[in-house]
Design a protein. Structure first.
Length: 479
């Protein structure tokens, strides 16, 4: 049984449930210390069970990392997750690589705590005693002992050790008032997690494996369209082109108005460059205070543009559509070419674009031409343009979603009885929509000196964008 294996750890994980901070006690077999691992590794099933987000490595400047596995092959690492875990009251914030998964192991719940965690808790491992001591005395932490099953050498061979005792783990109560708890001093502020209202949850399972945790676990997989994906995750390297499916429930979080002083809010408005129209001072102050709780959503560049987990775009090619390749590419003036390379380079750096060769192992039969559209009426040669693509030959069947006629929009806006309108401009809204890995090659394009690339998010110029945006809006509104 897994709970009898060596160096299993009783871990508690901080997460959110129904908008409230909670601590979840994991089964003893869910986490294991391993001094032979150079990294911390977590499974998708672990993250899904706790509702923890996944991040793209490329967004942290790490790309092209691989992990050697037991059979001698190597697997590409594309995602990581941030965890807040406690073991006997010793708390740390760690970052773990997400293990690639397939149909057979997508429900596995496991966390491998390698050298990064062992180092930060100043772990001492005693093999003969099957004992791990954790706790950094320099931080004022009390040393905690974790006992495992004891082993002896085999009489018939020296291939493996034989177990002589079952796992013994001292029960430790993790409460808010415990004086033995310690947070990682190098971590970010955890005030949003530490509160007297924090709940405790337990995950009980006889063993960790496929479909063992609950008879009502939401389905993680979906072959139907549209597909949905794991929160914050990318969908590269998925088994048999399937997409992880997020439970279809609203994740509403009520944001209260901040108690910060008006001077602090005004300083934030000034630093972010938010433009507010002409208003009376009291109205302007109220509007600024309304925006302040959403400061984490402010975006200043492509590195701040995560994708939504509500929708993954599948291309519905019309029957009879054949691949189209634009052989001749336009030659741009120096200023335009500079911005084109700059925009594409930034997109590659933060995972908005990828090489078709690297992603698919071959060039795409589709090849579009990039288009640059000026953002102003009288632009200078070196003004930053908008990058779009000519995808008129990627003929898609539109989503069955109602879109208001522009003529009716004009009639509504032209009605003199309407005295005020609310206008919201979502920055690079198309880039929030992920393209399914199997369909990205349809939007491939070529760049001199960069080869053939393909977008990972919906590029401007693709057909049916209005319908996709309307569909996502209706999902947000829970319609």
């Amino acid at each position: 049984m897994e709970e009898q294996k060596a160096f299993r750890l009783p871990i508690v994980v901080k997460t959110m449930k129904d908008g409230k901070p909670v601590r979840v006690s994991m089964p003893s077999g869910a986490a294991q210390a391993d001094q032979g691992s150079d990294m911390i590794i977590v499974t998708v099933g672990f993250l899904k069970k706790l509702g923890l987000p996944v991040r793209i490595l490329a967004e942290s400047g790490l790309n092209g990392l691989t992990m050697n596995v037991a059979d001698g092959s190597s697997a590409r690492l594309t995602h990581y997750a941030e965890l807040k875990i406690g073991v006997h009251g010793i708390w740390r914030r760690v970052e773990a690589f997400v293990r690639l998964f397939s149909e057979d192991n997508k429900e596995d719940i496991h966390l491998l705590l390698g050298l990064p965690w062992l180092f930060t808790v100043d772990a001492k491992i005693k093999i003969k005693d099957s004992l791990i001591e954790i706790g950094d005395v320099e931080r004022g932490e009390e040393i905690k002992e974790i006992k495992g099953p004891k082993f002896v050498g085999s009489e018939g061979h020296k291939l493996i050790l034989c177990q002589v005792a079952r796992l013994e783990t001292k029960e430790v109560e993790d409460t808010e008032s415990s004086g033995d708890e310690s947070e990682d001093q190098d971590s970010e502020d955890d005030d949003d997690i530490e509160s007297s209202d924090e709940e405790e949850c337990h995950i009980n399972a006889p063993r960790i494996g496929r479909n063992k945790l609950s008879s009502k676990v939401e389905s993680l997989w979906s072959d139907t369209s549209p597909s949905h994906c794991l929160p914050g995750s990318n969908v590269e390297n998925l088994h048999e082109s399937k997409i992880p499916c997020y439970p279809e429930v609203r994740r509403s979080v009520v944001r209260e108005l901040s108690e910060a002083s008006q001077e602090v809010i005004d300083e934030w408005i000034k630093n972010t460059g938010v433009k507010i129209g002409i208003l009376m001072k009291d109205q302007r102050d109220k509007l600024a205070r309304l925006l302040y709780p959403y400061k984490d959503l402010n975006s200043t560049g492509v590195e701040d543009l995560p994708f939504t987990d509500l929708y993954v775009h599948r291309v519905r090619l019309k029957e009879g559509t054949k691949p189209f390749s634009r052989i001749k590419q336009r030659r741009w003036p120096p200023g335009k070419e500079f911005w084109m390379r700059r925009i594409i380079s930034d997109g590659l750096k933060f995972g908005l674009y990828e090489s078709t060769i690297r992603a698919n192992g071959k060039l795409s039969d589709w090849n579009a031409m990039a288009q640059l559209v000026d953002k102003s009426d009288n632009p200078d040669e070196w003004d930053e343009p908008r990058l779009t693509f000519d995808y008129q030959n990627v003929k898609e069947d539109k989503l069955g979603c109602f879109v208001e006629l522009l003529s009716r929009c004009h009639d509504y806006l032209g009605d003199p009885s309407h005295e005020m309108f609310f206008k919201l401009d979502l920055k690079n809204g198309y880039w929030a929509i992920m393209v399914h890995p199997d369909d990205r090659h349809l939007f491939a394009f070529s760049m001199p000196g960069m080869g053939q690339l393909q977008p990972t998010r919906i590029p401007q110029g693709s057909k049916g964008l209005r319908y996709m945006c309307k569909y996502i809006y209706r999902r947000i509104q829970n319609e």
